[in-house]
Design a protein around this ligand. Structure first.
Ligand SMILES: Nc1ncnc2c1ncn2[C@@H]1O[C@H](COP(=O)(O)OP(=O)(O)O)[C@@H](O)[C@H]1O
Ligand SMILES: [Mg+2]
Length: 356
């Protein structure tokens, strides 16, 4: 029998999507075939502290919950050895001794290239997008600019940087959002001019850069992508997001029980479905993603398909949209995990041959 693959799952993290990451990591842990994998979990608290947990997988992060929301504890209270898993202790030893890392983290300090950079320095294979693709796709402003340059249609937007005057060239309604966050946190659908200032202020609590974006009337559709460069990545069947009684796909619609429904495939022509799948792969390639991504679209009432955003580490429980889309496309969740691990190993092996 060949030795088991040693996997470290990174879970939790500093962003407001901490809890969602824990749920995803728990699902991954349950689905990893114990005959094939030996798994450890590295829990990252909302305070940024890394800790290893072998047996009782999540007790550390449950403790971290008591620290309260982000920002209530000053990072300066912690020594660098607690927030950087480098000098001593069991976390670095473990990271150096696993075959592959699954960073199942969402948002800033997890999905944005920071953790990916650490794993590059540690020279350990890891699942998902690399440093540059992670940072690019985390930033809704930069991502759209690269997509426009690559011929991928995206929603119109203006970026308000720190010190910029608030402007809205699009009329109303309009969407205002922080450039680099997720789970609809800090986002407002602005109905008239009186709501614009407060919406920008809210978004600025989460990011120094804020997007004002044209409102797109139409259908919300999401599509999974899986693969590296060669062979080319594949798209899942797309699915339509029905937000039911919610006006848009806000936090409650995303995470409340019965807050949304996923319809696979969406009620669109074969031609439009094929267009969504092609653009999903095109945006994945143009942003230099590898491993996995979920690409989110709007199909305008007239039928035009535009990309809204690309998530490099989408919600990853067995019942999350990404897993459901691949399940409907013939790749069940445990197989998806096998495939992602293989892709991580393939990329690491391939890149280890490069001369610098
Ligand atoms: N330009 C837009 N037009 C219409 N709806 C939008 C627009 N931008 C965002 N939304 C709504 O807000 C949700 C969250 O926005 P999104 O940009 O995907 O941010 P997040 O990264 O938080 O998911 C979308 O799923 C959609 O329902
Ligand atoms: Mg989104």
């Amino acid at each position: 029998m060949s030795p088991r693959i040693r996997v470290a799952i990174l879970a939790g993290g500093r962003s407001s999507e901490h809890e969602i990451s824990l749920a995803s990591a728990r699902s991954v842990l349950e689905a990893l075939d114990p005959e094939r994998y030996e798994a450890v979990t590295v829990a990252i608290g909302r305070d940024g502290r890394w800790s290893l947990d072998r047996g009782q997988v999540f007790h550390v992060s449950q403790g971290a919950k008591e620290l309260g929301p982000v920002g209530t504890r000053n990072m300066k209270d912690l020594t660098p050895t607690e927030t950087l898993p480098i000098p001593t202790g069991s976390v670095p030893t473990t990271l150096a001794n696993v075959d592959v890392v699954l960073p199942i983290l969402h948002g800033p300090f997890g999905e944005d290239g920071t953790v990916q950079g650490l794993l590059e320095l540690a020279d350990v294979p890891y699942v998902g997008a690399g440093v540059a693709a992670s940072s690019l796709c985390m930033d809704k402003d930069l991502f759209k600019k690269v997509m426009r340059d690559s011929g991928v249609p995206v929603t119109e937007h203006v970026a308000l940087r720190l010190g910029d005057e608030v402007e809205n060239p699009f009329g109303y309604p309009v969407f205002v959002k922080p450039a680099r966050l997720g789970s609809s946190v800090g986002i407002t659908k602005v109905h008239d001019e009186s709501e614009l200032g407060p919406a920008v202020e809210l978004a600025r609590q989460h990011d120094e850069k804020v997007l004002v974006e044209e409102f797109v009337a139409g259908m919300e559709v999401e599509c999974g992508v899986l693969g590296n460069r060669v062979p080319p990545p594949v798209a899942s069947l797309p699915g339509r997001i029905d937000t039911l009684e919610h006006e848009w796909y806000d936090f409650a619609s995303k995470y409340d029980d019965g807050g949304m429904e996923l319809i696979v495939p969406p009620e669109l022509s074969q031609e439009t479905i094929a267009r969504v799948q092609q653009l999903a792969v095109d945006s994945f390639v143009a942003s230099e993603c590898e491993g996995m991504a979920r690409v989110d679209f709007f199909v305008r009432d007239g039928g035009e398909v535009v990309v809204n955003e690309l998530n490099t580490i989408p919600g990853f429980t067995a019942t999350s949209v990404y897993a459901k889309l691949f399940e409907a496309s013939g790749i069940p969740y445990p197989k998806l995990l096998d495939r992602l691990v293989d892709l991580a190993l393939e990329r690491h092996e391939r890149r280890s041959k490069l001369k610098y």
